[in-house]
Design a binder for this molecule. Structure first.
Ligand code: CA
Length: 231
């Protein structure tokens, strides 16, 4: 599963930071462009799966970027969500007229934006909208909570599910018990470090039910890692 690639075209640094944070947390890969010309250059280098395009931009407006993209063969089908400070009906119509797939007015909540992004991706790129995490032989469907190792279904308790999800979001990385406690149990909960070991043991047992290779590597005195190379 490739992470969907989103290009943020926006000239307000604070908004870019907020968008990047929220999109990356949802598993998207993010690049940024601060004006219309930079956007066109970046898109020519690598086509994103979706563009978040601010209307009011230096050098080349969002509307103009959209218009130019729609005239190029490689830009004709690129999903575009126009972002604007102006929420009037006429602007909305104009945005959609030049070929934007959707339109969102500032201020908006990250939750609303993510819903719009998913909706556009579902329509335009169904394969990318599936909420699936995978690494090596392991696949996790976040919508149905189904976990597979190759074709075998893995049954996990809620904590083991969250633990595996955290590993899948950080493939190959060595995660300390403290990092796992923060990421899986949360900062506010007091849990002893050895609790992590207990749940790792359960997760391992579920994943390695048959004689498959162990996917979770113990790194002495450092923590655990989900092995990306083990088949
Ligand atoms: Ca702007």
């Amino acid at each position: 599963m490739v992470r969907p690639f989103i290009l943020i075209v926006e000239d307000e640094p604070a908004l870019v930071t907020m968008l990047r944070y929220n999109l990356e947390a949802e598993g998207f890969r993010v690049e940024e462009a601060a004006d219309g010309e930079e956007a066109l250059i970046k898109i020519a280098e690598e086509a994103p799966d979706l563009i978040l395009l601010d209307w009011m931009l230096p050098r080349l407006s969002g509307i103009e970027v959209c218009r130019q993209l729609r005239r190029r063969p490689e830009g004709r089908n690129l999903p575009i969500i126009m972002v604007t400070a102006r929420g009037e009906e006429a602007d909305r119509v104009r945005g959609l007229d030049v070929g934007a797939d959707d339109y969102i007015a500032k201020p908006f909540s990250p939750k609303e934006l993510l819903a719009r992004i998913r909706a556009v991706l579902r329509r335009v790129r169904p394969a990318l909208a599936a909420e699936i995490l995978s690494c090596g032989p392991v696949t996790m469907d976040l919508a149905t909570h189904k976990v597979l190792r190759d074709d075998r279904e893995i049954h996990l308790g809620p904590t083991e599910f969250r633990l595996l999800r955290y590993f899948l979001e950080h493939p190959g990385r060595v995660l300390s018990r403290d990092q796992l406690l923060d990421g899986v149990w949360g900062h506010d909960v007091y849990v002893e470090q050895r609790t992590v070991d207990v749940h790792i043991r359960r997760l391992r047992k579920a994943l390695n039910e048959t004689d498959d290779a162990d996917l979770i590597r113990t790194v002495r005195s450092a923590g655990y890692a989900l092995d990306v190379t083990t088949g």
